[in-house]
Design a protein. Structure first.
Length: 117
């Protein structure tokens, strides 16, 4: 199983970034996909998730209306479009794949997002 995040970087407040997570070596379309983040000195927290077919999404209150999660089950990729970024969005962002019926749970290595003027 491999999950590789990309698209992180530095951006000014109010800016946008699009994170990508490329999945391989498992049946991507069966898995719920999520994004989490971890800021320095803080615990890892939930950001957004999307069901296997892409029909349902859910967001943390702190990002609702600014971030959008989506997936492409042909390309085996999940995305996080982040708009109106704030300094408090600064964190390492992680991709997570879960297959609840089997108890499978995988994480990527993370990508750094820094929002600063």
């Amino acid at each position: 199983v491999q999950l590789v995040e990309s698209g992180g970087g530095s951006v000014q407040p109010g800016g946008s970034l699009r994170l990508s997570c490329t999945a391989s070596r498992f049946t991507f379309s069966n898995y719920v996909m999520s994004w989490y983040r971890q800021a320095p000195g803080k615990e890892r927290e939930f950001v957004a998730h999307i069901t296997s077919g892409g029909g349902t999404t859910n967001y943390a209150d702190s990002v609702k209306g600014r971030f959008t999660i989506s997936r492409d089950n042909v390309k085996n990729m999940v995305y996080l479009q982040m708009n109106s970024l704030k300094p408090e969005d600064t964190a390492v962002y992680y991709c997570r794949a879960q297959l609840f019926i089997k108890g499978f749970d995988y994480w990527g290595q993370g990508t750094q997002v820094t929002v600063s003027s």
